[in-house]
Design a protein around this ligand. Sequence first.
Ligand code: DX5
Ligand code: ZN
Length: 215
Amino acid sequence: MIKVSPSLLAANYLSFGDAVDKVIASGADALHYDVMDGEFVPAITFGEGLLGFLSKKPIDMDVHLMIVHPEKHIKAFADAGARYITIHQEAAGFGTIDTIKLIKECGCLAGISIKPFTSVDAIADVLELVDLILIMTVEPGKGGQKLIPFTLDKVRQIKEMCEQRGVSPIIEVDGGINTQTAKSAMDAGANMLVAGSAFFKAEDPKGFVDTLKSL
Ligand code: DX5
Ligand code: ZN
């Protein structure tokens, strides 16, 4: 079963609560919460404070940490109500395994992400440890970009590596997902789809989610 996780990054920032209600009403499975620190990526977005309010709503919070030193912030995001916490391999470096363990100790599902130009080999050591693998299908940092086609080869590779090891973490894709690109991502092996612009620009968000789930 495919999970859909609309990204708050593309919402109307005048009313975050309404945006979450819209995501819930659409039948989506999670709310994708993009945290940017102005260092790992140029922009700055939201922190644990806002998450603490939004997580009171009945939907899983899918927190994507695009930040350096993620280990310093895991507890804060877990306490604020995150269900999934995904860190970047490029940001966590040698501390990746410890940070993944910390996420689990805090009671959350642990995810590892790689940018388009990071090889899947960089996360080979953690496949057995994580609950989710997030393959970035655009350069992280902003919404509304076009999916980079070669990133879907990495989805295929990671799916194959997981099968060989006998593990089945969620495989999530993020960036440029719409009703056209979603099909190719799913064919490649993705089973959780982030959609920012395509969801929030859709005239019928529920229809959009239903379409993704029926592809
Ligand atoms: C980009 C973020 C994405 C972004 C996706 O750095 O990680 O989650 O919100 O936006 P769209 O779906 O518009 O490409
Ligand atoms: Zn994201």
